[in-house]
Ligand binder design. Sequence first.
Ligand code: 1HN
Length: 361
Amino acid sequence: MAVASAKRPDKGKPEATHNIEAVRQAYYERISKLDMAPLWKVMSALVPDEPVTRCKPVIWRYNDVKSLVMESGSLISAEEAKRRVLILENPALRGESRVTNTLYAGIQMIMPGEVAPAHRHVSSAIRFVLDGEGAYTAVAGEKAFMAPGDFVITANWAPHDHGNPSDKPMLWLDVLDAPAVNFFETSFGEDFPSRMQETARRDGDSLSFYGSGVLPDLRPAETAAPMNRTPVINYTYARTRPIVERLRQEGGIDPRHGARVRYANPLSGGPVLPTMGAYLAMLPKNFRGEPYRSTDGTIFVCAEGRGATDVDGQVLEWSRNDVLVVPPWKRYAHRAAEQSVLFSISDRPAQEALGIWREGE
Ligand code: 1HN
């Protein structure tokens, strides 16, 4: 092989060999056979100057979604499907069951009289209720009856089934951390032999025991060492909405996010789940939010009102029950044509736990 002479006209650069590219290529091929690769070819992709995302800004309008989800009711039962859900796939990640790189989202429907059978898995789920009233999700033996705007948690490995004893279909948004769990290749899951769990607690107990400013002294296992997930199953809209309304009236309005509260684990003050966190924000009529960006790709649901979010120059106009996605580190700004309420969920707690979360203007 030709050896470069000791003369180095360009500091740091090996002297140009007329066939250096061919020599390098041959070298890359030789190391490749031993499963090695040159870092210098990929370093800037591995450590870019700022976050790079595959994910695109996108909106699903409830007008389109609802009728298509309703149609699935005549194609398959909740029991046969196990979960009758239309997955919301980011258009840049088709076929991957992801709405962002780390999160799964879908719209689930449960018809009157149906049961979605009991199972559990390592992935945690949250539900944000869109339509219907009086269906429940049963988590670890406790039924949480749901209404629009409710935010319901099914934590890692908690047994859960859904039922609808009401006379109306119920639709909700599911968000799971499954892509993140699968990134770590740590997913377990199992079905239960019985369709529905035995009831072990009174309906709604978790909210009254843990969401009332007191903590039950007789459940030391749960209160002594705060769990890394909330003991509350359903954060009801009936309780949370008046708080953001008061915040708005009091002028507690963040110039980027509006009058916003964070859903918290009442035992620790931390996020509801180690992998996902959520907020509820009221935007006053004619709100024009300042631009903001953060490294957590975020899913927003419009719970009330009408407005638009500018994401990196793309305007996504939303109204009630529309679901939109802001990719990581894309600058966005909300504006509201009427008083509006936005629910949002992201993987921010996971990023914060790892020390990799950042925000900016
Ligand atoms: C799941 O268990 C539910 O329990 C919904 O309602 C959606 C998507 C992927 C994996 C498990 C549910 C799901 C899911």
